[in-house]
Design a protein around this ligand. Structure first.
Ligand code: BTN
Length: 247
């Protein structure tokens, strides 16, 4: 179903919705550069992305009419070294919105949201000077995914379609409130929703195994290994040790 543009009127002039774009993050970056700090809260969304981007050069596919792809431009009040908290704030905004729909999402540090242990949402944060673009890809009404893709949609959990525009507005308003908070408040709320908190995890890059103990000052993941407490700011392949739930 096409997006109901009337619902987006709640955003006033702070929204641009496209039929097709290469990437909402790319368009939002252009706008952020043009508007120079005047675009706080501006949203760019699209039905179809021809070159949707994930972390580390991965592609992000959005099924037209079923998935949700949008980017929000924000000017954080936090110092830039603290911007690591942005992806946790975005993950938290998504969790809060989904919890309002009777779902039990979890944050997978640093930038995914899981439902029933599978990825329902990916987040891509990019800086344009003092402005950040928060790109959000949420699986909403997709019926299925390729078997080798550990993804899930809201439809697959709820068994009914959700309004993509209502979800977008819900995430947007939660996000705009959360980025007014200080990182310790984000940390507390994010920790309660963190997948495998206090559980044993392993990562592939860097290769390590340890127990998640909390967050570092800039949103890093604190991991207690056999011999030290590490704060990792980047990692691939975070998963519970031995493939279990890790709790
Ligand atoms: C990831 O899981 O690696 C992050 C995926 C982020 C995808 C979103 S969809 C909207 C925005 N535009 C993009 O090109 N990417 C982000």
């Amino acid at each position: 179903m096409a997006i109901d543009l009337g619902t987006l009127a709640a955003l006033g002039t702070r929204v641009e919705w496209h039929e097709s774009l290469d990437s909402t993050n790319d368009r939002a970056r252009e706008l952020a550069a043009e508007k120079r700090g005047m675009a706080h809260g501006f949203v760019v969304g699209t039905e179809e992305q021809t070159a949707g981007r994930g972390r580390k050069g991965a592609r992000w596919i959005t099924e037209p009419g079923r998935g949700l792809a949008f980017s929000v431009i924000v000017t954080p009040t936090w110092k830039k070294e603290r911007w690591g908290w942005l992806s946790l704030a975005a993950g938290l905004a998504i969790c809060q919105c989904l919890e309002g729909n009777e779902l039990a999402p979890e944050i997978k540090w640093p930038n995914d949201v899981l439902l029933e242990g599978k990825k329902v949402c990916g987040i891509l944060i990019e800086a344009v000077g003092e402005v950040a673009v928060i790109g959000i890809g949420l699986n909403v009404n997709e019926r299925r995914f390729p078997e080798d893709v550990p993804a899930i949609s809201l439809y697959q959990v709820l068994g009914l379609e959700s309004s993509r525009e209502a979800l977008m507005l819900g995430v947007w308003s939660a996000l705009m409130e959360l980025i007014q908070l200080e990182p310790p408040q984000i940390a507390e709320e994010a920790w309660r929703r963190l997948a495998w908190r206090d559980g044993e995890i392993e990562t592939t890059r860097p290769v390590l195994r340890g127990r998640i103990r909390g967050f570092g000052p800039n949103g890093e993941l604190s991991v207690e290994t056999a011999d030290q407490l590490l704060q990792i700011s980047e990692a691939d392949g975070v998963r519970p040790s031995g493939g279990g739930r890790g709790r």
